[in-house]
Each structure stands twice: as structure tokens, then as C-alpha cells.
Design a protein around this ligand. Structure first.
Ligand code: PGA
Length: 252
């Protein structure tokens, strides 16, 4: 049995001064899920200290939204996995489609970042997913396989214990359009089969695969009921405890 994981991706929302209140509200509203569902808030880097302090003593874990692959050095504006670990972060989102679209993220840099996150003892949430154009051109399988073969290169079956994959069809992110549960399950099964080739079938069965893209209270239960859907990566609905908590409840 894979433990479900519901992670909020705050993106570039929520100021440092607003952070503690949201984390505490999430902890309170999801306390029944403690020990049953992994509940994570991935916050902007500048919010991390406040988020970690507010989550202390609760079941809520804190994540970051990106990390550089170098341990330290002359990379102005960047944040290393060692810094994140030192700050109390446990999860790091890597390769979100917005980073691929706006900040030049490639499958190669996803791989470097994911390996650095895992080497630092943190869990990498590696995002993959096709655009509408790619889906309509019949390239879904090709895109997913490429993103995984390159993005997860040299990640061993031992490393896979520190890996979560988020399937986020780009056309469903922030658009209100959700993949149907069957559409999502089909891709999740493909992801698990591709993962089996990379890390072995037995390990692939243990890796959690989240769905992301307009997941909300009204569609979470039917998505999470699917065999290979092990959680959610939540954008818009993660910005308020009362829209996030019902998704966590659906994962119970
Ligand atoms: P959304 O974002 O829930 O607002 O669609 C999901 C994500 O981008 O992680």
C-alpha cells in the first residue's frame, strides 16, 4: 500500500507574513489525516523559515518549489539543496511545467536537480506532463518516456525511495480543465511501466505518482480512487485551508 501524498504548490503566491497563518490553518483542518496521508506545503523560498516554524510539532511537512544542483558556489540568486535541508525542508518540486515554460528548464537540468535533491536526503517531486499540442499530435507516450528517461537518468532503485512523480498535463494546470480519472489513470499506468524499466518493477510499485492540474474538492475523490493515482499536487486550491483540506480528506 502506497501512502497517499497531497502537496500544495503555492507558486508565487502567499507572502512571508501570511505564511504561518496558512500553514497553521492547513495543519488544523487536516489533523484527522495525520499519519494516514502525507500533507505537504511547498512554498516560495522566502516563506520557508516561517512555514517550517509554523509546521513544527504538526503533521505538515514543508517543501520548496525548486533547487539548484550545485552544493554551493557562484550562482547568484540560486538556492542549494544543502540550504533547503538546513532550513528544515523535506520535499522539493523539480521540473514544474512553469519552470520548463518560462525559465528554460530542460529534462537535463531536471535530472541534475532531482539527483541533487535526493543526494541531500530530501524527497524530489519530479513533474512531468504533456502540452495540449503534444497530446493532440499523438505524442503523449513519447513525451512522457523522454521526460522520464532523461529526467530520471542515473536515479537508482535505492534513490527511488526519495522520489515522487507528479503527472501534470500542462493543459490542465490552472485552467479548470481536469484530466478525467480514466485519462489520468492511463498515463499513471504508463509512468509506472516506464519507471519499472528504469528502477525495476518491484521498486516502481512503491513510488508514489501524484496527479496535478485543477485538482479540487469536487474531483479529488474520483481521481484518487484510481489504482495508480497516489496523491495530488495542488495549485490554486492549496492557497486556502478550506479548499485544500477536503482534498486531503478525500485521500483518506
Ligand atoms: P492547479 O496547479 O491546481 O492550480 O491547476 C497545479 C500545479 O501547477 O501544480
Amino acid at each position: 500500500m502506497r501512502k497517499k501524498i497531497i502537496a500544495g504548490n503555492w507558486k508565487m503566491n502567499i507572502k512571508p507574513g501570511e505564511t504561518a497563518a496558512l500553514v497553521k490553518a492547513v495543519a488544523e483542518a487536516t489533523k484527522d489525516a495525520a499519519g494516514i496521508v502525507d500533507v505537504v506545503c511547498c512554498t516560495p523560498a522566502i516563506d520557508i523559515p516561517a512555514a517550517v516554524a509554523a509546521a513544527a510539532g504538526t503533521h505538515v511537512k514543508i517543501g520548496a518549489e525548486n533547487a539548484h544542483w550545485a552544493e554551493s558556489g557562484a550562482y547568484t540568486g540560486e538556492i542549494s539543496t544543502a540550504m533547503l535541508a538546513d532550513a528544515g525542508v523535506e520535499y522539493v518540486i523539480i521540473g514544474h511545467s512553469e519552470r520548463r515554460q518560462y525559465f528554460g528548464e530542460s529534462d537535463e537540468t531536471v535530472n541534475k536537480r532531482a539527483r541533487a535533491v535526493i543526494a541531500a536526503g530530501l524527497t524530489a517531486i519530479v513533474c512531468i506532463g504533456e502540452t495540449l499540442e503534444e497530446r493532440e499530435a499523438g505524442k503523449l507516450e513519447e513525451v512522457i518516456e523522454r521526460q522520464m528517461n532523461v529526467g530520471l537518468k542515473d536515479i537508482s532503485s535505492t534513490d527511488a525511495a526519495k522520489l515522487v512523480i507528479a503527472y501534470e498535463p500542462v493543459w490542465a494546470i490552472g485552467t479548470g480543465k481536469t484530466a478525467t480519472p480514466d485519462q489520468a489513470q492511463e498515463v499513471h499506468a504508463l509512468i509506472r511501466a516506464t519507471l519499472a524499466k528504469l528502477v525495476g518493477a518491484e521498486t516502481a510499485e512503491t513510488v508514489r505518482i501524484q496527479y496535478g492540474g485543477s485538482m479540487k474538492a469536487s474531483n479529488a475523490a474520483e481521481l484518487l480512487a484510481k489504482k495508480d493515482i497516489d496523491g495530488g499536487l495542488i495549485g490554486g486550491a492549496a492557497l486556502k485551508a478550506d479548499t485544500f483540506a477536503p482534498i486531503v480528506a478525500a485521500a483518506k
